[in-house]
Ligand binder design. Structure first.
Ligand SMILES: Nc1ncnc2c1ncn2[C@@H]1O[C@H](COP(=O)(O)OP(=O)(O)OP(=O)(O)O)[C@@H](O)[C@H]1O
Ligand SMILES: [Mg+2]
Length: 238
């Protein structure tokens, strides 16, 4: 498949009280159109910084990203960031606020159903749980039909049951369309389940890249699965 995003020598430095932090350290990466890339890595290794820079919300200190200026992208933040004066339904609809209501109503119904938010569609963000808020944020990203969807631990605040359910749904949604997804998670099983490729990050660098597309039977082959999981885990511990 064609690579749509090329990242070259990407570095991001922050200064905190005179001390320099390299949040990203010379990242080189190509992302194929239509692929689902998952990123795992310890807290503070630079995952959110990486997504924010790809989304164009922050600038890199040096290096380049090619391909993102021609496509629409959306970012699901680590925290929900809803607009408190809008209901759940209105928050989901927000990116489409200029479109005709009768055209988008079926879409919003579908997202509310998918995310289990139908009963709460008229509630305001301060009346719903953290998990519901996160699902609302997910709905808002899914309804805006962008080519590139960046997700920063979008399932982090969900209970185990909803988390599994949404993992299945995300897999279904994105295996059917040609959208490109970059998905950050702390959960190695989630990364393997969803990813065509899994990237392991450490101290601002991509230290390992596992291509899972080649191993389609991975999920059925328990031994192979555990082997891969162990390998990712040992990369994270190293
Ligand atoms: N706006 C900022 N100003 C200064 N330092 C920052 C800023 N944002 C991030 N950093 C630093 O950059 C490093 C990477 O942070 P980042 O939020 O990207 O990590 P992360 O991998 O997303 O962590 P987590 O898993 O906890 O969300 C950290 O050392 C952090 O302190
Ligand atoms: Mg983060």
């Amino acid at each position: 498949m064609k690579s749509i995003i090329q990242i070259k020598n990407l570095t991001k430095k922050y200064k905190i009280e005179g001390r320099e932090i390299r949040a990203l350290n010379n990242i080189n990466l190509e992302i194929n159109g239509g692929s689902f890339t998952t990123i795992v890595g310890k807290s503070g290794c630079g995952k959110s910084t990486f997504l924010r820079i790809i989304a164009g919300l922050e600038t890199a200190t040096s290096g380049q990203i090619f391909g993102t200026n021609k496509i629409k992208s959306s970012l699901v933040f680590q925290e929900a960031r809803l607009m408190p004066w809008l209901t759940v339904e209105e928050n989901i609809l927000f990116p489409l606020k200029n479109k005709k209501k009768n055209k988008i109503q079926p879409k919003v119904e579908e997202k509310l159903q998918l995310l289990g938010l139908k009963e709460f569609k008229d509630a305001y963000p301060d009346q719903i749980s953290g998990g519901m808020a996160q699902r609302t944020a997910l709905g808002r990203a899914l309804i805006f039909e962008s080519d590139l969807i960046l997700m920063d631990e979008p399932l982090g605040s969900l209970d185990a049951f909803n988390r599994y359910k949404l993992q299945e749904e995300l897999k279904n949604i994105f295996s059917e369309n040609d959208k490109t997804v970059i998905f950050v998670t702390h959960d190695i099983d989630e990364a393997i389940f969803l990813g065509d490729q899994v990237l392991v990050m450490d101290s601002g660098a991509i230290i390992e890249q596992f291509n899972l597309k080649k191993e389609l039977n991975l999920l059925k082959d328990k031994e192979k699965y555990l082997e891969l999981k162990e390998e990712i885990l040992s990369e994270l511990k190293a």
